[in-house]
Every structure is written in C-alpha cells, then in structure tokens.
Design a protein around this ligand. Structure first.
Ligand code: A2P
Length: 316
C-alpha cells in the first residue's frame, strides 16, 4: 500500500476509522481489520473506545498476526487537555488504554479548549478561549511528547489555514498532518494546496460522508454521498463500489483516508480501494461534484456567550 512520509515515518495511506464504532463492535472490527491487512488505525480519546481498540491490537500482536512496528496508530488530544502541562498526562492515559509504549501520530483534535474538568462542554463557561489557552503553548507539550519518545510524529485536526500559519511560525517541530473533513461534496482545495505546499499531509475524516453520525450532527434534506448517481456510474464502469470510488479519489490526490466500518465485508472492500487507480477524466468528474458542504460544522461548540463559533473555528 502507498504510504505518506511523515518526517521519515511511513504512514499507510488508508487506515481504519474508529469514530462512532461502539464499544462491543470496535474490538471485533479492529481484530478483523488487522487480520485482513489494515496497518493504520485512527483513534481518539474522546471516542471512548480506546481500551477495546487496545485489546484488539494487543491480541493481534500476541497472536503473531502483526508486529507493533508494522502498525501505524494515531490518537488525539481532547479539548479539556489543552495546555503544555496537560499533553503528556493525556497522552500517557491514551497509551495506557491502547496498551502501547508509543504512538505513531498524536493530533490536537480541535482548535477548541475546554476546562480540564469538562470533557463534555455544555455551557459557555466550560470553554476556555484560545487567548487564555494558546495553541502555541499546547504545541510545546506536543513537541515534548516527541522528545520523550511517546509519539513519533505530531499534527493537528480541524485547523484552518490561518491557524496553521500561526502554528508554523510558533513551532520547532512542524505539524506533519492536518486531519480534516474531506469528501467529494467538501473538497477543501485551497486548504489541501496550502498544506501540500507547506509539507503538511492531509487525512480525510468522514471520507464516506459519515451516514452514521449522530442525529444532532445531521441537517434536513442533506445530500447523501454514498447514493451519488455520478459516482455510481463511475463505480459501475470500473466494477467498484461507490465507497471504493470515493476512497480511491482521495488516495489518487495523495490524501490519506480513514473510513470507519464495523462490517467485515465493507472493511475488505474499503481496504481494496487503496489499490485502485482512477483515470484523470473520472478524477475531474468527481472534482465537479463539490458542493462545499461541511457535515461536521463545529456548531456544537457554539454556545451563547462562549468563546467559540463555527466562524472563528474555521476562520471563514
Ligand atoms: P458500517 O460501519 O456498518 O460498515 P465515514 O467513514 O465517512 O464516517 O463513514 C462510515 C459509514 O460508512 C458507516 O455507516 C459505515 O457502516 C459505512 N461504510 C463503511 N465502509 C463502507 C463501504 N465500503 N461501503 C458502504 N458503506 C460503508
């Protein structure tokens, strides 16, 4: 499988997403995924399932299916643990849950800070502004995590160009990845070009349009990516599925993808997408489908009187 080079570390371009994978399901999904050849697992503390993911990884290693060095494990710092002094303790908790000695990649999950006691922030006063808890300060903790050997590489998620520019100026170790929502209905060309020209790779989350995301994150009459007729006709032409065609489109642009599945058949199908090539004409046709339609819009951080709005998160 193609890999992306992150400061000399090779990240398989396709990984398994674990957001929304329920405890009870994620263990089986990770075991099956590793068994059939997945070597990249994308996790986060806030997904509340790292212990199960860890159990599946540990067993897979113990059974001789895979060695730790062959796996690429990503996790993410949750919002209540921003601040230089909090990063290493948060990372150590994740490592304990995952039963690992080190991560391959650790990301700041959101450019949003919450009080340490508020894992879930439901009131304005649960949030802390970025003036009071600057990203540059949190990043110092991320850099220390690399220096201490707790993670090989570091990056961010949900960062705008403006925030990346600020971070590039303020950092010694540059962010290796920006993990953001990317799919044919939300292509983010400007951000992709900016990242690529600054040696920052991208991982696309919700690459299939996350049809299983919580109802609170869904609007009315949203277009359903996995039912797109144009992509369906391209998929039929090549005897692929719609999901495979979408994933191949990202990979053909050099963007890493982390489709989530807990279904053995779909796990297999998505993995095969890493080997598919789409002709330029199909890439162009899919490019024309952009609707600038953001699914994970950040409005859940917007509370009256609070420091965050979708506008200031995305700097739009
Ligand atoms: P399931 O877990 O039952 O397989 P995203 O990665 O964009 O968040 O999308 C995840 C959703 O897409 C889940 O509902 C998942 O269902 C579904 N899915 C994952 N892989 C495929 C596939 N190859 N074909 C169709 N649907 C898929």
């Amino acid at each position: 499988m193609q890999t992306l080079n992150l400061n000399g570390n090779q990240m398989p371009i396709l990984g398994l997403g674990t957001w929304k994978s329920a405890p009870g399901e994620v263990y089986t999904a990770v075991k099956e995924a590793i068994k059939i050849g997945y070597r990249h697992i994308d996790c986060a503390a806030i997904y509340n399932n790292e212990k199960e993911v860890g159990k599946a990884i540990k067993e897979s290693i113990a059974e001789g299916i895979v060695a730790r060095e062959q796996l690429w494990i990503t996790s993410k710092l949750w919002n209540n643990m921003h601040g230089e002094e909090n990063v290493i303790p948060a990372l150590k908790k994740t490592l304990a849950d995952l039963q690992l000695d080190y991560l391959d990649l650790y990301l700041i999950h959101w450019p949003v800070a919450q009080g340490k006691l508020f894992v879930g922030a439901s009131r304005a006063e649960h949030f802390v502004s970025l003036e009071d808890r600057p990203i540059a300060n949190t990043w110092k903790g991320m850099e220390k995590a690399v220096e201490n050997g707790l993670t090989k590489t570091i990056g961010v998620s949900n960062f705008s160009m403006k925030k990346l520019k600020e971070l590039l100026t303020a950092s010694t170790i540059k962010p290796a990845i920006n993990q953001v929502e990317i799919h044919p209905y939300f292509q983010q060309d400007e951000l992709v070009d900016f990242c690529h020209s600054n040696n920052i790779h991208l991982t696309a989350y919700s690459p299939l349009g996350s049809p299983d995301r919580p109802t609170g994150l869904k609007g009315e009459n949203e277009p359903i990516l996995l039912e797109d007729k144009t992509i369906e006709s391209i998929a039929n032409k090549h005897k692929h599925s719609i999901a495979q065609t979408i994933l191949a489109w990202d990979i053909n642009r050099g963007i890493s993808v982390i489709p989530k599945s807990v279904n053995p058949e779909r796990l297999k199908q998505s993995l095969q997408a890493a080997e598919l090539e789409l002709p330029d004409s199909d890439m162009q046709t899919i490019k024309s489908l952009n609707k600038n339609f953001r699914l994970v819009n950040g409005k859940f951080f917007e509370l009256p009187g609070g420091p965050y709005t979708a506008k200031n998160i995305w700097d739009e």
